[in-house]
Ligand binder design. Structure first.
Ligand code: ADP
Ligand SMILES: O=c1ccn([C@@H]2O[C@H](COP(=O)(O)O)[C@@H](O)[C@H]2O)c(=O)[nH]1
Length: 202
């Protein structure tokens, strides 16, 4: 099994890059694990308590479960990937059965920040977009898709997103084998990643 880790700040385009990679590949060959599925279960908290959580700090992620799941997949075993709701800020209680594939892609803002998880990746990729570009994308996406308003997005950006990005995400570039500049759609870089995957699939 080839495991690719794709990190980068919020709005840099990780999901878009992964979806573009997947387009011409067979679902039976390539699978995706999203770090978002591994936000800690916070069912014991009220909604008002949950919105105060710093979702950009590594402690918000259940890295133990993510590590266990990646190790299971490597051993050829299927996992139950939790489903996360950004609207409720919590796991939904549902899971998706994820089978091991020849290639597994793991994507998320903080996946390179955890040494044990980093160790499990054969190829580490960091997607870069400038912070103003990421903020613009985040505002549009969170309002259109995640039920937020402009004040909430901007206040979260100033209080947590920006400082956490500087502390835990940007420094992870150091560990990347490949950095994809993504201020504009980068078809060349995506094709290179596809070529690496296709070589493994032959
Ligand atoms: N290169 C790009 N140029 C312009 N918009 C982009 C680009 N990549 C992604 N987007 C848009 O930005 C938003 C955030 O992208 P997404 O892939 O969800 O980022 P991430 O998963 O890193 O948070 C989405 O609405 C997406 O369509
Ligand atoms: O309940 C939640 C959990 C996370 N977030 C925000 O999501 C982004 C990470 O997702 P990307 O798709 O990589 O942008 C992170 O910056 C958290 O702030 C949230 O809003 N609510």
């Amino acid at each position: 099994m080839l495991i690719l880790g794709i990190a980068g700040g919020t709005g840099c385009g990780k999901t878009t890059v992964v979806n573009t990679i997947l387009k011409e590949l067979s679902e039976s060959d390539v699978g995706v694990i999203s770090q978002d599925s591994y936000y800690k279960d916070t069912s014991h908290l009220s909604y008002d308590e949950r919105i105060k959580i710093n979702f950009d700090h590594p402690r918000s992620i259940d890295f133990d479960l993510l590590k266990e799941h990646l190790e299971y997949l490597k051993r050829g075993l299927s996992i139950e990937q939790p489903v996360y709701s950004f609207v409720k800020h919590n796991r939904t209680g549902d899971t998706i059965k994820t089978h091991p594939r020849k290639v597994m892609i793991v994507e998320g803002i903080l996946i390179l920040s955890h040494p044990d998880i980093r160790e499990l990746f054969d190829i580490k990729i960091f997607v870069h977009a400038d912070s103003d570009e990421r903020l613009i994308r985040r505002i549009k996406r969170d309002i259109n898709e995640r039920g937020r308003d402009i004040d909430e997005v901007l206040s979260r950006y100033q209080t947590t997103l920006k400082p956490m990005h500087q502390q835990f995400i940007e420094p992870m570039k150091e560990y990347a084998d490949l950095i994809i500049p993504n201020n504009k759609y980068n078809t060349v870089a995506v094709d290179i990643v596809k070529t690496i995957i296709n070589e493994r699939l032959q």
